[in-house]
Design a protein around this ligand. Structure first.
Ligand SMILES: [Zn+2]
Length: 167
């Protein structure tokens, strides 16, 4: 079985075909990442004059961000469950509470719909967390890789930071 690690205990993302099976005591999130990154690279007019290296770089960024969408969905589910269970001191629960204060009720269904619809555009990449939790398109700012750390994309709206290259 190919389970995706979500970073949260008891939460796994499994392939659609495996979703009906008994996975034991875990929250099973049905997920199939069917988005193809090649479309981003061929359909983006900003990229037509770029070098192959730049295209590969942008492709790696987009791929890294796409991988975050199901993880943000898992995080949202975790937060919803924590919030409902009165465990308000977790990061994920605080995010759900913050969204509620802003008038956004985070539901599993909405979060999953948005996670599946997450589609960052090359050159205008938006934050996976803001999209999944709030439905907002917050721009990400990239920080170039250094010797010590990979390239990262940071969101100033929610504070999320993602590694977008292997450095
Ligand atoms: Zn954000």
């Amino acid at each position: 079985m190919n389970r995706a690690f979500t970073g949260f205990p008891g939460v796994s993302i499994v392939h659609c075909g495996d979703a009906e099976k008994d996975h034991g005591h875990v929250v099973v999130l049905r997920w199939l990442l069917c988005n193809s990154i090649s479309n981003f690279l061929t359909s983006d007019p900003m990229n037509t004059r770029s070098t192959l290296v730049d295209r590969a770089h942008v492709g790696a960024r987009i791929a890294a961000l796409l991988r975050q969408a199901p993880i943000e969905f898992a995080r949202a589910v975790y937060g919803i469950n924590d919030h409902a269970g009165g465990r308000t001191d977790t990061m994920a629960a605080r995010e759900v509470a913050r969204a509620l204060r802003q008038g956004v009720a985070v539901t599993e269904e909405r979060a999953e719909q948005r996670a599946r619809a997450y589609l960052p555009t090359a050159g205008q990449e938006h934050c996976p967390r803001c999209w999944v939790v709030y439905g907002h398109k917050s721009p990400l700012r990239f920080r170039e890789a250094t010797e010590e750390r990979p390239e990262t994309a940071a969101c100033h709206a929610c504070g999320a930071e993602y590694a977008t290259s292997r450095g």
